[in-house]
Design a protein around this ligand. Sequence first.
Ligand code: ADP
Length: 855
Amino acid sequence: MLQIFNNHINKYKQTLISINKQSKILQKYSDKKLKEQTQILKIKLENNNLNTNTILIDAFAVIKEAIFRALNLTLFDVQLLGGIILNNNSIAEMKTGEGKTLVALLPAYLNALTGQGVQIITVNDYLATRDANIANKVFSYLNIKIGLITQQTNFHDRQKQYTQNITYITNSELGFDYLKDNMAIHKNNIIQRNFHYAIIDEVDSILIDEARTPLIISGIGDTNDKPYIQAQNISKVLINKIDYKVEEKSKNIILTEKGISKCERILRIKNLYDAKSRWIKYILNAIKAKELFLRNRDYIIQNNQIIIVDEFTGRIMEGRRWSDGIHQSIEAKENIKIEAENKTLASITYQNLFLLYNKLAGMTGTAKTEENEFLNIYKMNVITIPTNKKCIRKDLSDLVYKDEYNKWQSVANECLDMYKIGRPTLIGTTSIQKSELLSEMLKKMKVPHNLLNARPENVLKEAQTILQAGQKGAITISTNMAGRGTDIILGGNAEKTTELIIEKYKSQQQNQCIMNNEIKELLTTSEIKFLQSTNITKERMHDKDCIENYNKLTTIYFKVLNKYKKIFEQKKKEILDLGGLYVIGTERHESRRIDNQLRGRAGRQGDRGTSRFFLSLQDNLFRVFGGSKIENLINSLNIDDTTPIESILLTRSLNSAQKKVEAYFYDIRKQLYEYDEVIHNQRKAIYNERKKVLNSTFTRDCILEYAEYTIEEMLTIYITKNQDKNTLVSLIKLLNIKDNIEKLSTMNLYEIQHYLNEQLRISYDLKEIYLEQLRPGLIRQLEKYYLLQQIDQAWQEHIDKMNLLKEYIGWRSYGQQDPLIEYKNEAFHLFINMIIYIRQTVIYLIMRSRLIIDI
Ligand code: ADP
């Protein structure tokens, strides 16, 4: 197998040989001795300055053996190689079905030996739970503790899970915990530990697809639904192309002169763009809601709420809301209760969140097309790992139709043909609406099929649908949901089917379901009895008192598994004779990467398979980005509407249009990243200051430091304003020191500063003594309270200002200056002002705290 490795990878050949040699030696070890290796390796690592490369071979060999003992699977060389790449801060591109879940265990173990936590990031709770269960089995052989955090994990448990050696968690839980930690009022409420090493599964989905929407924690703001409703009514009378233009590419609306005066007339205002009224924003949002946000494509309505459908995964995003008033405008459009506009309390983009880690790695089936982005922004290389068995999938050339109608007709006909011959077919669609359109067509043609999209009733059947998708004659229509994390196995999935059967017959007294004859014949009478009476759960399988039962259950499991393996193997052969899984794409996506994901469903682990895209010139991507070139080309070909075009020239044009889209969105993400980097550096500074306060047991120093800075800053103003007495008056007032201004103004700058610092300390000592008498320890609590309260409040206001600034710079950027530089400059001033403001208000409040106590 080694000869298939390309040059880049050849350099690890020797390492792989050594790992395999070492793991052979370990095969002879008892379980106890294998477990002891963890401690031995920890010591070895410590003696080598925690350089993980020095024990990589030993650690990987240990894991390989543990995986074998726990799961009865022998890691392939390509998996070991993936592990090495992940330990090198890189992205391992490995196709679906190549066993990435196990690959992650290699570097996770190695890095966990340093004593610092390792986090494995997945895209959803289901995958986190599934992978943590597998890891638990393996690591029970190695004395390594596995943590798991999902939406359901409560606060206290969360804290504990983070301290385990390796923790499985989704990207959004990790991000929200980070933001919440930085809003904590007490240090016991902090739950995360250092950001040491993270392995991101489906790394392109998290760092690229999700990079455009920041994570936001928001508080309730003001509600005033009237302007939304009024703007919505106005948008109904405005006419596209006359009153406004829609720029689909940038998702923007531009009002024409006609449109502007129409709005002004209806609203009876003189200037729609008057900065004081926010009408322009309401109107533009209402038109956006009308033209750009479509029901059943961008969102669905569930329980009288607008629920966003993720454009990349096709899944619903429960609880997420579009910002800047868009969500409210859509609520107005759909005549649903308008929720209050939210105020951002804290936010971060995934880009900057993951850059907090000392060491970052990722794995996915599709990353190579975005390798520049990974390198530029995250400093991660993308290394393609060869598949264990050669991929023999046939990617047929695109069929392009003039219009959508004919495209869908051909797709439906193709499904009918495949159904007739029994070849399993997966059809990828880009929206719920389109998936349902095809489903209707197939119903009329009497082609049985399954539908997988974000509608709750279909989501419930997701596992079942995917389980069946590889079976003979299965026609499965899906949105991008089927693109990831799911493995379509030809013939059927023996493991899953076995698990389902065992679960079904366990504790049968309660279920009273009749056992299938095939299973009855397979098992002995005592096995049937045992199965029907046991209620041992997965979680308890490793408990001591359950071991005996566990062993019995395992024997049954393997009996059933082997039976289904045989049945499914036979079915798989039949399907392979038909050509394997057939994947049909119905529209090119925003990037080749997403198309490749869909294609990658077919041809897993060396199976036969085929993929083909059916396109039309009316498809969104080509309409918006194709330009006139493609249309001219088609017209010059002069063919009828029902004949597809398979021309190299056309495919090339389509590819270049798609590359244009990729570049366009990359620019948007890069811009977002560059802008966010500015606020990110400020956020780091503020969060650090906050942490300092939170962890401090003696905040007095912090208060005095703030006061001294304040004195220095105000005295600088005093000097620049030609020793303006008013500044001194304000300063004295702020510090709450009763003093004689005349006396002060006779001193030189140094003397004033020295004098005020001294007075401040005296007055603060007095205050402290007074408060200590009232209630010991109160002053420290007050200090902390004021410090945190003011930092948080000022930071939230600062975020608002920064958002406004960005919007404002956007308007202005038609001029010559580079908007980013302008943004950076102004952001810097805003930040400095905020810091000064925080210090001053803290001092002001603390120096008057006595009044509050007296009340
Ligand atoms: P990926 O995430 O790369 O799509 P998974 O981790 O979901 O792949 O694994 C796909 C399937 O391959 C699983 O059923 C897993 O048990 C199996 N598998 C993984 N590694 C091996 C191996 N070395 N030998 C045999 N089967 C394996």
